[in-house]
Write a protein that binds this ligand. Structure first.
Ligand code: ZN
Length: 448
């Protein structure tokens, strides 16, 4: 075998190519921590200033545009609701103590409570209290978005300690014709087909569900913006359920261009990275997840099921998009789920950095997924003379790289795409992508 000098690196533009692998930018942990600290106390709901302020805080990571959709807009089978503002809410006990004050934590007030002022006896008050008998030390997060109601959340211990008597209730809220706010950032690529990354923004003081998802999505957007990428990327920061329904209803021109997508939520707990397959189950994002998450010893793959987060809308049968979900522990299985236990101490920013890296590997795999044709298919082409085999220059994991060169040449018959080569070879997608780049540079490979 003839050995030669290392060939120059293939040109990939001035930025790092997403398909070759990327990690979050330096300082991600610090930026995400600062964002969560500042956003935690804001009173988010499916509408309102808490969402607007939260989206504005993302400017420190990546600027996200704010779109307002007016109350009353018909969206699929739904209507954009009234906007809600909560000014103050509390209960005064017979002995004069102030209870369940939303100034203490916004989890105290039932989300979308209608205004109410009055004096009620204990048994009537109790009909408006939410608590968790099985987790008596935690305050539950509750909302009533589509049925008018008022209410408070309390620990079971607090409820059990209430004395009979008359209680003064103050729910100073307002529902009015305003708008629904969502955040959107579009990063155009050479290909007008789009990759969606979405996350929900409507939960109040809960850290894992879903400040972690918002922060990771923003850091991923920052990295994609600084990378070479083939597809157009659209990052959506949406109130749960009504958000994706509103976006889908108002973007019928974009929907046919959606190549695939990923819903991000609950990425800061200590559970394993868990990918939930799209309804179709074997789309490009599902295949990428098999290789990126499924091969990780700690990773888990779930088949589609119709409950969960916003994948419910993107994968509804009328749209049936190639959208999966990345989380850690399944949401119903955490003791802290939708309670005061999901506070800032519950999330680990290192787990979020790790999750962000996994998202980038998933997107990188989607980017890399093209089919090629070996231009020298009769016998093996001479690799050594082209600097593609051996030599001191080879990457640290030279064996994997050389294997990748052989696998790509062998399977590039036009019928195998990069993901299927990675699946067959057991190699990482980014190793296959690197081999593809070098073989193309040596003019031994051409895209089909
Ligand atoms: Zn939730």
């Amino acid at each position: 075998m003839i050995r030669s000098e290392a060939p120059p690196e293939p040109r990939t533009g001035e930025h790092q190519a997403l398909r070759r692998g990327a990690s979050l930018e330096a300082g991600a942990a610090v930026r995400m921590t600062r964002f969560m600290d500042e956003a935690f106390g804001l009173f988010r709901a499916i509408t309102g200033d808490g969402v607007r302020q939260t989206l504005r805080l993302l400017d420190e990571i990546v600027p996200v545009g704010q779109i307002e959709v007016p109350t009353g807009t018909a969206v699929l089978d739904w209507t954009v609701p009234q906007e809600w503002v909560a000014r103050q809410a509390y209960v005064v006990a017979p002995d004069g103590r102030r209870l369940f004050d939303m100034a203490e934590t916004n989890l105290r007030l039932l989300g979308y409570s209608v205004p109410f002022r009055g004096v009620v006896p204990l048994n009537e008050l109790k009909a408006h209290l939410n608590s968790l008998p099985d987790r008596p030390d935690l305050i539950p997060h509750r909302t009533s978005y589509y049925a008018p109601a008022w209410g408070f959340s309390a620990t079971q211990h607090e409820v059990d300690a209430l004395e009979p008597g008359e209680y003064e209730v103050v729910v100073d809220t307002e529902l009015f014709d305003g708008s629904l706010t969502y955040g959107e950032l579009v990063l155009p690529g050479d290909d007008e087909r789009e990759v969606l990354v979405t996350t929900h923004t409507c939960h109040p003081s809960l850290a894992n569900d879903n400040l972690s998802g918002i922060a990771v999505a923003a850091e991923v957007a920052r990295r994609v913006a600084a990378s070479d990428h083939r597809f157009t990327y659209r990052f959506l920061f949406l109130p749960a359920t009504i958000g994706p329904i509103t976006w889908l209803a108002t973007h019928s021109d974009v929907v046919p261009r959606i190549h695939c997508g990923l819903v991000l939520t609950g990425l800061g707990d200590t559970g394993p990275l868990t990918y939930k397959r799209s309804r179709r189950g074997a789309t490009v994002i599902d295949r990428a997840a098999e290789l990126v998450i499924g091969r990780d010893e700690a990773g888990e793959l779930l088949d589609w099921y119709p409950s969960g987060y916003d994948e419910r809308q993107f994968c509804s049968p009328g749209f049936d998009l190639a959208v999966g979900r990345l989380s850690r522990t399944r949401h119903g299985e955490l003791r802290e789920y939708h309670t005061s236990g999901d506070d800032l101490s519950f999330v680990d920013v290192d787990r979020m950095v790790d999750a962000g890296g996994a998202v980038l590997r998933l997107l990188g795999a989607v980017e890399a997924d093209l089919s090629y044709r070996n231009l020298s298919p009769h016998g093996e082409p001479q690799l050594g003379s082209r600097g593609l085999y051996g030599g001191a220059w080879a990457p640290a994991d030279r064996r994997a790289y050389e294997q990748a060169i052989l696998w790509v040449l062998s399977l590039s018959d036009g019928d195998h795409d990069v993901l299927s080569i990675a699946a067959a070879s057991g190699l990482e997608v980014r190793a296959v992508a690197e081999a593809v780049d070098r073989l193309r540079h040596a003019e031994l490979l051409a895209p089909v």
